[in-house]
Design a binder for this molecule. Sequence first.
Ligand SMILES: Nc1ncnc2c1ncn2[C@@H]1O[C@H](COP(=O)(O)OP(=O)(O)O)[C@@H](O)[C@H]1O
Ligand SMILES: [Mg+2]
Length: 369
Amino acid sequence: MNPFVYGRVVSSGDFCPRPRLSRMLEEFIRSGQNVLVQGERRTGKTSLIHETADRTDSKIIYVDFLESRSVHDVVRRLLSGLIGLDRKAGILDRVLGGLVHLRPSFSFDQITGNPILSLDAAVKVRPETVEGILDAFKEAGKGKGLVVVFDEFQDILSLEDSAQMLAVMRGRIQFQQKVVYIFAGSIRNEMNGIFSDPDSPFFKSASIMEVGAIEHDAFGGFIRAKFSSGNRRISDDMLTKIYGIAEDIPGDIQQFCNVLWDCSEPGDEITPELIPAALELIFSREIKGYGNALAKITELQIRILASLARLGGEKPFSREFLESTGTVHVNAVRSGLARLEKLKIIYKRKDRYVLVNPFFKAWLLHKGY
Ligand SMILES: Nc1ncnc2c1ncn2[C@@H]1O[C@H](COP(=O)(O)OP(=O)(O)O)[C@@H](O)[C@H]1O
Ligand SMILES: [Mg+2]
């Protein structure tokens, strides 16, 4: 079986230990300090948090705000966080008792069998509803330590009432000395807005931890051991090439190793000659997504994207860049970049624009866009 796992949370044998980060996070948890775990997508934030929180033996409430669209949705997700907790304490039942007007009901996920909570979509929900739920979190934390994880927290900002929602949350969280809140987020400038803007209710409320690339020594050893479990060898040079193509993003490195495995046989050495076939395999699996992305954007935006792939995104307003996009208008490029960022096709990484998916970039270059 292919030992390289990507696209979901990894744990135990699929998790390459990150002792420095784990220790830091564990220290925050043990000392009751709220923390913001910040880093780009697919760098391993969620996996690190689960792996570390499990080790501290705390109770965990995990809430993912990815793509949450409304107060309604946020309330439902927060309530769902209480489902996994001890039913005996009756906390969930009590909270739901106060929310009968939302007509909460349970069903079961056909695939996982996990309970799913739904609320009456027709009833308007106000941000204040969250207060009672966060109070219930506090109650759930009595006795044993409780860690509450708010993942992809920046997506709260896309709610219409986001300012009020943040204020309400902060108002409750600041009085929960015994509960540790871990906020995780992947869109740096938005997370900065929540935690570093003096006007934000969350200003300076959490310590900050950065999750980036995994150190090459540790990750290289981990990857080599996986390949050798299938009787395959890999050189340091080749590992360096993989880090480059996958732009040092742990999830993309695993994805690339996954296809290299599929393109090789026991007894093989993983060499650069395999790269084209491995990329082709990724393209064939992802081509639909590339097509969908291109269908959403204009001709000019496609040229901007291709120019980013070709020239890099350090100087998107330079003459060379403009020429390559075929426009003389800086503003057209500026709004094109904004649109591509909004669609999550590109993002800003340390003051330069990069494609979210390095394999999409490789495909654009391969196709000669
Ligand atoms: N410690 C790790 N060891 C090995 N692979 C990892 C590790 N952390 C992340 N990954 C890779 O990255 C992918 C995404 O991990 P995830 O924790 O969901 O990242 P994030 O929450 O930052 O988006 C995983 O499926 C895995 O391929
Ligand atoms: Mg995550």
